[in-house]
Design a binder for this molecule. Sequence first.
Ligand SMILES: Cc1cc2nc3c(=O)[nH]c(=O)nc-3n(C[C@H](O)[C@H](O)[C@H](O)COP(=O)(O)OP(=O)(O)OC[C@H]3O[C@@H](n4cnc5c(N)ncnc54)[C@H](O)[C@@H]3O)c2cc1C
Length: 487
Amino acid sequence: MKLVIVGGGVTALAAAHRAVELARERGLDLDVKLVEARRRLGGTIATERADGFLVEAGPDSFLSEKPWALALCRRLGLEGRLVRTDDRFRKVFVWFRGRLHPLPDGFQLLAPTRLAPFVTSSLFSWRGKARMALDLLLPRGGGAVGGDDESLGAFVRRRLGAEALERVAQPLVAGIYTADPDELSVAATMPRFVDVERRHRSVILGLRRGLVQAPGDAGLATSGTSSAIGGTSSALSGTSGARWSLFVTFADGMETLVRTLADRLPDSAIVLGQRVGALERDGAHWRVTSADGARFDADRVILATEAHASARLLRYVDPALAVLLGDIDYAGSATVSLGFRRGEVPHALDGFGFVVPRSEGKALLAATFSSVKYPGRAPAGHVLIRCFLGGTLNAEVLREDDASLVVRARRELGEALGVAAEPGLVRVSRWPASMPQYRVGHLARVDAIQRRAAALPGLHLTGAAYRGVGIADCVRSGEAAAEAALS
Ligand SMILES: Cc1cc2nc3c(=O)[nH]c(=O)nc-3n(C[C@H](O)[C@H](O)[C@H](O)COP(=O)(O)OP(=O)(O)OC[C@H]3O[C@@H](n4cnc5c(N)ncnc54)[C@H](O)[C@@H]3O)c2cc1C
C-alpha cells in the first residue's frame, strides 16, 4: 500500500508513526511518504537551545489529562524524558488596572469552585462577585436547552456575568485559542461546561460536584491547548498524587517528540522542502505533486495540513469541500522570549505567568515565566520569560517588525514586573495563520467536511483544524487518520 501524508507537523508525524506501527503488526507492505513544505519537521513545534536557555518558539507543553500524547510518549519510551510543572508556583496572574492579581485558587477556567479565595480576591468587584454567584440560582439557558451552539462569550456572560468574561475567560481564551470569545464555539472548545450546565444547571455547583466525585481528575475536557500559561484550569492535578502535572513537557523541549517520531520512520519516508501543489484523483488512486514537480502515487492520502492549505489542494478535486475547509479561519501569533539575570527582575515570579484582558489595551496576550514553570529553561541565576502576542483580537500588532515587537514586549514586561534591564537573550518567532478558530457552528461544519471527504475514497483529513487544537488532540487525530487509512 502506498500512503502519502502531506504535512510534517505533529499530526502528520503521529499519523506516519501509527501507520508504520499498524503495518508491522499486520504484516502489511507499506510504502509511506511524509511530504513537508518546510525544510524542517514539527510545524509549529520548534525548540532552540541558546546560551544555556531552552526556548520554545511554539508550544511549550501538552495536556496530560487528555491521554493520547502521553500514551504515545510511553510507546516511544519517552516517559523518562518528560518533566512536570513546578507546582509550588502553580499560580496564574491577571494583569488588571496596572497590577498583577492572582487568579483565585480553585478557579476552573471560567468559574470559581472555592469560596474563600474567590470572596477575598482582588481581581473582581463586589458586584462582579455577586453576579458570578447568581449562577447558583439561574435556570438553564442558551445552548444547554436548545442543543444549539453558542459563543463562549455568550455562555459566560449568561451564566457568570460580564466581569467573569472580561477579566478571566477572555484573556485565558486568548492565551489558548488566540480567539475572540464572542466568535468561539463553546461546544467545540469547552464542551465540559455545556455538559455541566445541562446536567447540573449551575456551572459552579456542577464543577464542585465534579471535583467531589472525581477528586483526582482535573476533568476539564476543553479541546484546547495548554494555554499560553497553563496551570489555570485546575487546582487538583499534580496535588492529588498523580504522577504527571496537568501540563507536561520534555526536559530537552518539545522537539524531542518530533525527533523521536521521525527517527522511528523508515529513512526514505521523509521528504522535506516540497510544497504539495496539487492532488489528482483517478477513482481510488491518487497523485500528489509538489510545486517543484516531484510526484508521488498513492492508494491513500492523509492531509495533515492547515485547513486553508487543504482547501487549496482540494479545490479541483471537490470544490464544495474546499469551500467548507476555507471557511475555517486562522489567526496568527508571535512569541517573544527574553532572558534576564534573575536579579534584574524585581518581581517574585511566584507563578507560571500572567494573562492580559483586552480591556487593558496592551500588545501582550500573556507572558509565561518559562524557567519557573519548567526546570532547565534558563542557566543558573537567570530567568526566561516568554511573551505571547497577536491573535484575532490583536492582529494588527503582527504587522510590526521583530524589533518593534521586542520593544513592546519589554515595555509591557517593565510595567508588569518592573524589569528595565537589557535582556541577555532575545528570540522572536512568528506563526502566521497557524491557529484555527473554532467559530460558532464549528462542529456542524466539521461534520459536513467529514461527510464530503468520506465520498472521496482513500482521502483522510486530520489535524488541529477539526476536533481539538492541542497537541494531545493532534496526536489522536493523526493516529485515527492512519487507522482509517489502513483499515
Ligand atoms: C505559538 C503557539 C503556541 C502553542 N502552544 C501550545 C501548547 O503549549 N500546547 C499545545 O498542546 N498546543 C499548543 N499550540 C497548538 C499546537 O501547537 C498546534 O495546534 C499543533 O502543533 C498543530 O499541529 P499540526 O501538525 O496539526 O499542524 P502544523 O504544526 O501547523 O503543521 C502543518 C504542516 O503542514 C505543512 N504544510 C502546509 N501546507 C503544505 C503543503 N501544501 N505541502 C506540504 N506541507 C504543507 C506546514 O508547513 C506545517 O509544517 C500552540 C500553537 C502555537 C502557534
